[in-house]
Design a binder for this molecule. Structure first.
Ligand SMILES: *Cc1c(COP(=O)(O)O)cnc(C)c1O
Length: 453
């Protein structure tokens, strides 16, 4: 094989990728023992001489593909992990060939353009304020990071302090308010931003994990409230509209961590969950979860379009300012990959109706899981308002044993969690690839594992 001809090599890669996807229909949702043992075949000394690219690819496919988690297939329900849409995957392959540096408009006019277009579509789709600015980052943790960096800058600027120039030494204190169910990524971000994850004011939550707006403290001085739309366990939404109303005209910055919940705003049937959310100051979401674009992609949005550049941009003579939107001013990185390409492709391929259909279908499938498990005699621990289901199979030990058996069986994959003191299996339906037949096959496997039919 002439392995320097990109037509041959890339056709080989495309063929292997397509075969891999085909194989997922009948494959386990997780690698079997043999596949995991064969990973040791990668443990080789670095070769002295070069190896043909086709041989490198064959080795990767041979030992790597069987050892993957099959989250691109329809029967993976672990964490909150989406698959990847065919259009987004194909765009990713082409953009891989482009190898664009998406940091500056001058280093990639196409990446800069597609970010602007995707940003406009997202702001419309999600019903965010018209001037909202978007940053394309590696995931929701970094989206939270950028949003809270913007928040930190803005609330201190209002107090007469330029944190970009002077740092936090001697700065007025910022009160950071979170719910008891705050996601660990917000703690990580507070840590990275010098705001400290221990000095937060914590607001109690209700039985679904929603922050209780009536328990918000009185706030004076620079403050940030971190709300959540889509609890990782229950899928529940904080009453963001209520919270915004309570802090209106106080200068408090309201942030919404909406890693997967933000997409509910696209769906008329789910709109009630997100009521008033457009009043917040910033929103963070993932692309690689429910939008089903490849890793790693997230988006940060701020109401004030200057807020992200104020916190993230600096100057250097060699960085040409095109006078338009410069991607690096909306993200922590300078050089980075063109992740806006896949976001554009996913939105373009599905269109508004396709997006709504994806989110609504997954929610209906979550309800199908809940109904089937309830019918089999198991307890559903959450109100299934979105795509998340928590199920208990009895006492905590029993539930943990059933989860282990479900994972061993391999028909599907779901993980464990602890919800308000009780062990639970967590089912997250987040993939375009999941069919009702996948749900039914997975339900049957879960019931078998629990010894119920
Ligand atoms: C997944 C998730 C995050 C973290 O997102 P990453 O993409 O893993 O960085 C943060 N908050 C919530 C609510 C999440 O579900």
């Amino acid at each position: 094989m002439n392995t320097t001809d990109p037509h041959i090599l890339l056709a080989d890669a495309a063929q292997r990728a397509a075969d891999y996807l085909d194989g997922l229909k009948t494959r386990r949702a997780s690698p079997d023992k043999t596949a995991l043992e064969r990973l040791n075949q990668f443990d080789q000394p670095l070769n002295d001489g070069p190896l043909a690219a086709a041989d490198v690819l064959a080795e990767l496919d041979g030992f790597g593909s069987p050892a993957t988690m099959a989250n691109v297939g329809g029967r993976y329900f672990g964490f909150v992990i989406g698959g990847t849409l065919p259009a987004a995957l194909a765009a990713n392959m082409l953009a891989g060939a482009w190898d664009q540096n998406a940091g500056l408009a001058i280093t990639s006019p196409v990446a800069a353009k597609l970010e602007i277009v995707a940003s406009r579509w997202l702001v419309e789709l999600l019903g965010l304020p018209a001037d909202t600015a978007t940053g394309f980052v590696s995931g929701d943790t970094m989206a939270n990071f950028c949003a809270l960096a913007a928040a930190r800058h803005a609330v201190l600027a209002s107090a007469g302090w330029n944190v970009a120039a002077r740092g936090l030494y001697g700065a007025p204190e910022i009160t950071v308010i979170v719910g008891e169910e705050v996601h660990v990524s917000i703690r990580k971000v507070l840590m990275m931003l010098g705001l400290g994850h221990q000095r937060v004011v914590t607001v109690p939550v209700d039985g679904q994990g929603r922050m209780r707006a009536d328990r918000l403290p009185d706030i004076a001085g620079p403050a940030i409230v971190c709300t959540q739309a889509g609890n990782v366990n229950t899928g529940a939404f904080d009453p963001v509209g209520d919270i915004c109303t309570r802090v209106k005209n106080t200068g408090v910055w309201v942030h919404v961590d909406a890693a997967f919940g933000l997409w509910a705003r696209a769906c008329p049937s789910l709109a009630a969950l997100t009521a008033g959310m457009e009043q917040a100051d910033s929103w963070a979401t993932d692309g690689h979860k429910w939008l089903n674009v490849p890793y790693d992609t997230g988006m940060v949005f701020t109401r004030d379009p200057r807020a992200l550049p104020a916190a993230l941009a600096s100057e250097a003579a060699y960085l040409v300012d095109s006078g338009g939107r410069e991607p690096w001013q909306y993200a922590p990185e300078m050089s980075r990959r063109a992740r806006g390409v896949e976001v554009w492709a996913a939105l373009r391929a599905l269109g508004r109706q396709g997006l709504v259909a994806l989110f609504e279908r997954n929610c209906a499938q979550a309800r199908r899981f809940a109904a089937g498990l309830r019918e089999a005699g198991f307890e559903i621990l959450n109100d299934v308002v979105l795509n998340q289901v928590l199920v208990s199979f009895g006492d905590d030990d029993t539930t943990r044993r059933v989860i282990a058996r479900v994972q061993e069986d391999g028909t599907c994959w779901a993980g464990g969690t602890v919800w308000q003191g009780r062990a639970a299996m967590r089912i997250s339906v987040s993939s375009w690839a999941t069919t009702d037949a996948d749900v039914d096959a997975s339900l049957a496997a879960m019931c078998r594992a629990a010894g119920a039919g």
